[in-house]
Design a protein around this ligand. Structure first.
Ligand SMILES: *Cc1c(COP(=O)(O)O)cnc(C)c1O
Length: 245
């Protein structure tokens, strides 16, 4: 099988879905995409012939950072195999989590509109800030896979923004800890903005060479823009950046 993310963590790279599907068909492989970052609001991978879509519902789908859940979507024959294992292994949600997820889903499209808007506003703000080296966001003109993005993403680009602060990891940590509204935590996709640095979280297990090779540079920060007022978030980032040298 081919297993990949629709928008990768934390460098936000996007894959050429029609081509991936073509390659998979040629070699008789099943395609599985983790669509957690883009969500069905921004991308429906089944439309491109992807076999299975998986989501961490812990993130945008629930949206309130108060449950752990996941799901798989696809044709019946594949889901039946997953279902059997799920029942045997006991990976079932308890009723309260199911209730919270269902409640969260009622505001999903409204939340995504705001996540998309805030992500774009903040990426554009960061891109021209003198203390920032580079901003990665699929909605920016500077995004390297711009053509692919405009053919795949019609609605928006989510609230995930990655950027490199000048001065490296130490400066990054100071900046994060100066923030007053945005909180330092490893999760994402909730109504509240969360920020983290891959070097001491998701990619802490990699050596310096491995990080260099995949492009996790010094000072890389990952921001999950929540649904707060964009002006408040920008003001918070602004004051936190002013206080680092
Ligand atoms: C968080 C996350 C997961 C893991 O999901 P949990 O719900 O935390 O178990 C998998 N893929 C992506 C892209 C994620 O962000």
């Amino acid at each position: 099988m081919l297993f990949f993310e629709s928008l990768s963590n934390p460098l936000l790279k996007i894959l050429d879905l029609p081509n991936v599907v073509k390659i998979a068909k040629k070699h008789n492989l099943i395609t599985i995409i983790d669509n957690t970052f883009l969500t069905p609001y921004n991308l429906c991978p089944l439309d491109y012939g992807i076999d299975l879509v998986v989501h961490s519902a812990t993130k945008y789908l629930n949206g309130h950072s108060d449950i752990i859940a996941g799901l798989a979507v696809g044709r019946k024959s594949l889901i039946e195999e997953i279902w059997e294992k799920m029942v045997r292994l006991g990976a079932s949600m308890d009723p309260h989590q199911a209730f919270l997820l269902e409640r969260g889903l009622k505001t999903f499209s409204l939340r995504m509109q705001r996540h998309n808007e805030n992500g774009k506003r903040i990426a554009e703000y960061l891109e021209i800030h003198p203390k920032i080296n580079k901003v990665i966001y699929p909605g920016l003109k500077s995004y390297p896979q711009r053509e692919l993005v405009s053919s795949l993403l019609k609605t928006g680009y989510s609230g995930m923004v990655s950027f490199e602060i000048k001065g490296g990891n130490e400066t990054g940590l100071k900046f994060m800890r100066n923030l007053k509204i945005i909180r330092e935590a490893t999760s994402l996709g909730g109504v509240e903005s969360l920020i983290s640095m891959p070097f001491n979280t998701s990619h802490a297990g990699l050596t310096k060479e491995e990080k260099d090779r995949i492009g996790i540079k010094e000072g890389l920060i990952r921001l999950s823009c929540g649904i707060e007022d964009a002006e408040d978030l920008i003001e918070d980032i602004d004051q936190a950046l002013s206080a680092v040298h």
